[in-house]
Ligand binder design. Structure first.
Ligand SMILES: [Cu+2]
Length: 136
């Protein structure tokens, strides 16, 4: 009988070791950098499984700009605008080409119009116009 009880003691020790290393791994995962980033940016649980690069690309924000239309290149889904400084992008006043999302209707836009536009900007500062309104 004594033999058996020693065996059981070993089994118990092995079990405790397994549980404690599982808990250590679990605690580490919970406090990893992705989790902090996730809660900081208010992403849902699914993004916690993303690589950091994907999370950066997926983290979009909106930036508003104003300017005057110079040229419309509807075939290229692009528009050239002389815009006022945009502090969020660290851009001075300048003239530049913007890509526009397919949802942006170019039909009513003309050179010379003063516009307010909304950029969709990702975590790498890639930007595309998602909305253009002609100023009244
Ligand atoms: Cu610019």
């Amino acid at each position: 009988m004594k033999n058996i009880s020693i065996k059981n003691t070993f089994k118990l020790a092995a079990f405790v070791t397994t549980v404690s290393s599982f808990l250590t791994a679990f605690t580490y995962a919970e406090s990893g950098p992705m989790h902090e980033g996730e809660s900081m940016h208010g992403h849902d649980g699914a993004s916690g499984h993303m690589m950091q690069q994907e999370a950066m690309a997926a983290h979009h924000r909106e930036v508003i700009g104003t300017g005057r239309i110079n040229k419309i290149m509807a075939d290229k889904q692009m528009i050239n605008i002389s815009h006022e400084p945009i502090a969020e992008m660290d851009w001075p006043k300048m003239r530049m080409n913007f890509k526009t999302m397919a949802q942006v209707k170019m039909d009513d836009l003309k050179p010379g119009q003063e516009v307010t536009f909304t950029l969709d900007v990702d975590g790498y500062n890639n930007y595309v116009i998602k909305k253009i309104d002609v100023n009244q």
